[in-house]
Structure formats: C-alpha cells, structure tokens
Design a protein around this ligand. Structure first.
Ligand SMILES: [Zn+2]
Ligand SMILES: [Zn+2]
Length: 204
C-alpha cells in the first residue's frame, strides 16, 4: 500500500466501505470536544481498524447511533465509542453467532457504564442460563430468611431447589417445616415426601 493511501483511506467498521477523509465529517466534529493531538491518534486508530466510529453515510441514514463519550467509561486510556453499530459476535459457550446490537451497546456503555472494551462473551440464552443459579440462590436465601411468613407452596419451592442441588438432608429438613405449615394439605405433604424418597434412592 502506498503511503498516500494509508492516510487517505478509512474503512468504516459498520458498512465496511472504504472512505476518504471527506466522508468523515461527523468524526471530525469531535475536534470541538477533544484536543487536536487526541484526534490525530483517533484518526490513526480508525485507519488501523481499532476504532468504533462510522462514516457520514452510516450516521446520516440512521444505521448507527451516535455515541456519547461523556457518558461512557473509557478512562481516558483508550478511545470512546464514537458510534454504536450492530456487530456479530461468537458465543464462547455454544459457539453460535449472535448480534450485539447498537441498542444493547448504548445501554451497556452509556446507561450501565460498562468499560468500553468489555464485550459480552456469551449469547443471550447462554448468559441467561449462567445467571439462573444466581437468581435461584437469591430466591432461596430470601425464602429461608422469611421462613416464618412463607406459604406451603413456597416451602415446596425451597425443597425443590434443594433437591435440584442434590442436598437431600436440607430437603428432608424443609419437609418437616412443611408439615408444620397450616395451609399444607396431607396430599401435598405425601407427594413431596415421595418425591424426596424417589430422588434420594436415585442419588444414593
Ligand atoms: Zn459506514
Ligand atoms: Zn451461547
């Protein structure tokens, strides 16, 4: 590549078109906010393909969201995201490809204030699966802390979670709690007891 081309051509990361400086007026507007020397390094980074920015066309036709660097956590040691555009990422767990949308990006980096170089490692469904045990644990803690106020249905829920964890001792303990609940029917108690016995036999 000729040196001349190196300074002339910028590949827009959202539409992948090669643009010249004249097609980057939106990026240049940041000159008003940042130091000139900083903008020089911003342009160098854009040329090398390490910058989150978009060409004028992408901005003008609404394909991307214009970023708000002042709302982002970029610590001044990297570059802010000048625009947010849809990107396809690979899930590290199930290896599927998923979209990290401009809307999600805006939310991640400007509302939740995640550091700008942090990226989702997993697709939405894998992220949800990983989050479930935590949600379940919080629920368990909540129910156990308020055990006096729990209904028989909620005690059943506690037992189910312990059974799922393979903690039969705790499950049996909460069966004794269930027996003391005034709203627990004999049928329910019997069913829960059978469930615990069945699982205990399988697990041993
Ligand atoms: Zn573009
Ligand atoms: Zn996945």
């Amino acid at each position: 590549m000729k040196e001349e081309d190196l300074y002339k051509h910028y590949r827009c990361p959202s539409c992948h078109q090669l643009r010249q400086l004249s097609g980057l007026t939106h990026l240049f507007k940041w000159n008003e906010q940042f130091k000139f020397s900083f903008m020089i390094s911003v342009l160098a980074s854009a040329r090398q393909g390490h910058l989150k920015w978009s060409c004028d066309d992408c901005i003008n036709n609404g394909k991307v969201f214009v970023g708000k660097p002042e709302d982002q956590d970029w610590n001044g040691i990297t570059y802010p995201f000048f625009t947010h555009y849809d990107e396809t990422l690979e899930c590290q767990t199930c290896k599927c490809f998923f979209e990290f949308s401009k809307k999600e990006k805006k939310f991640w980096y400007e509302d939740l204030k995640f550091i700008v170089w942090s990226y989702p490692k997993n697709c939405l469904s894998c992220r949800k699966k990983k989050r479930e045990p935590k949600v379940k644990n919080n629920r368990l803690t909540y129910l156990i802390t308020n055990i006096e106020q729990t209904t028989s249905k909620q005690v059943e829920e506690i037992i189910d979670i312990f059974l799922e964890y393979g903690n039969y001792e705790k499950a049996r303990y909460y069966l004794s709690v269930l027996r003391k609940k005034k709203d627990a029917s004999e049928d329910t108690i019997q069913l829960v007891k059978e469930k615990i016995n069945n699982l205990t036999q399988q697990g041993e």
